[in-house]
Ligand binder design. Structure first.
Ligand SMILES: [Zn+2]
Ligand SMILES: [Zn+2]
Length: 86
């Protein structure tokens, strides 16, 4: 019989892992973009609003991971704020 060996694995989940669990479609879309960039299927483009080169892939529809828009941090945030406001 073992004492005091309760596994803490459940609690060790990173915030990234929690996010992945809560947003499975988004996670798949992000994974798709990462591998598509590596394979040359997708090319990063400057922010469509301001032309900044440090961009994130934004998905209007997470069920279509290949359809992305390129937005810098700032305009990516703006875009999501607008979505919520509508
Ligand atoms: Zn921008
Ligand atoms: Zn987005």
């Amino acid at each position: 019989m073992k004492n005091g060996s309760d596994s803490a694995e459940g609690e060790a989940m990173s915030s990234q892992a929690k996010w992945n669990n809560a947003h499975p479609l988004e996670m798949l879309a992000h994974q798709y973009v990462r591998s598509a960039l590596k394979k040359g299927l997708l090319n990063k483009e400057p922010c469509e609003v301001c032309g900044a080169e440090n961009v994130d892939a934004h998905h209007d529809d997470y069920s279509r991971p290949g359809v992305v828009r390129w937005l810098c941090r700032l305009h990516h945030r703006h875009h999501h704020m607008q979505e919520k406001a509508v």
